[in-house]
Design a protein around this ligand. Structure first.
Ligand SMILES: Cc1ncc(C[n+]2csc(CCOP(=O)(O)OP(=O)(O)O)c2C)c(N)n1
Length: 194
C-alpha cells in the first residue's frame, strides 16, 4: 500500500474532519491530493502531531479530529500515546503511516523495521481501539469503522517507503496557520466554513 493512495481513499471523509499531519512527505502528499482549510501540517515539531490533535479534540468535542502521523515521529514521542490514552478523546482517529523508515530525511530505518509494533505499544499504553492494516481495502474499512466507533483509535497502516518527488509546496506555513485558526473559529460560531 502506498500512503498517498491510502489518504486519497479516505479523502472524502476528511471534508468534515479537522486534520493534523506531521511534516515532510505526508504533508506534501496530502496537499497534492488537495488542500482544505481544515487541514494543518505541523512542520518541524516532529512527534507532536498527535499531541496537537489531542488538544484540539479535547477543546472541541464537536469536531472529529484525524491525525496523520509517521512511525519515526511516533517513536520520538512514545509518551504521547500514554497521554492520548489517559484523556481518551472519543473524537480522535490517529493514523500512523509506518514505512519502517525516516523517509523524509533520507530513509534511515526506524525501530519498526526491526520488529517494534506501534499498534501493540498503543494498546499497552491504553488506547482502546488499535489495528494494523496492510492493504488499501483494510485501511479504508478500518478508517470508516474508527469514525463510526466514536472512540479513540490508533490505526497503523504499513506502507511502502515511497514519497513525493519534492516536499516544497505553494502553501506557506503562516498562511496555513492563520487559515486553520480561522477555520476552527468560524466552525465554533457556526459561521459558513471558508
Ligand atoms: C525534533 C526533530 N528532529 C528531526 C527532525 C527532522 N525530520 C523531519 S521529517 C523526519 C522523519 C520523519 O519520519 P516519519 O515520522 O517516519 O515520517 P516519514 O518521513 O517516513 O514519512 C525527520 C527526522 C525534525 N523535523 N524535528
Amino acid at each position: 500500500m502506498k500512503r498517498r493512495d491510502a489518504m486519497a481513499a479516505v479523502y472524502g471523509d476528511l471534508e468534515l474532519c479537522v486534520v493534523v499531519t506531521i511534516m515532510g512527505a505526508v504533508a506534501a502528499e496530502l496537499q497534492s491530493i488537495g488542500h482544505r482549510p481544515n487541514f494543518f501540517y505541523l512542520q518541524h515539531a516532529m512527534g507532536l502531531a498527535s499531541s496537537m490533535g489531542l488538544g484540539i479534540a479535547l477543546s472541541r468535542p464537536d469536531l472529529q479530529v484525524v491525525v496523520f502521523d509517521g512511525d519515526g515521529s511516533v517513536l520520538m514521542n512514545l509518551g504521547g500515546l500514554t497521554t492520548l490514552a489517559r484523556y481518551r478523546p472519543r473524537n480522535l482517529v490517529h493514523v500512523v503511516f509506518d514505512n519502517d523508515s525516516l523517509l523524509s530525511v533520507g530513509g534511515f530505518p526506524t525501530a519498526t523495521s526491526t520488529g517494534s509494533d506501534i499498534a501493540g505499544i498503543a494498546a499497552a499504553a491504553g488506547v482502546p481501539r488499535t489495528a494494523t492494516v496492510r492493504t488499501l481495502d483494510e485501511f479504508r474499512a478500518c478508517f470508516g469503522q474508527a469514525l463510526a466507533a466514536k472512540d479513540l483509535t490508533t490505526i497503523v497502516a504499513k506502507v511502502e517507503a515511497v514519497g513525493p518527488s519534492g516536499y516544497v509546496t505553494d502553501l506557506s506555513l503562516l498562511e496555513n496557520r492563520y487559515q486553520f485558526a480561522r477555520y476552527l473559529k468560524t466552525s465554533e460560531s457556526g459561521e459558513t466554513r471558508q
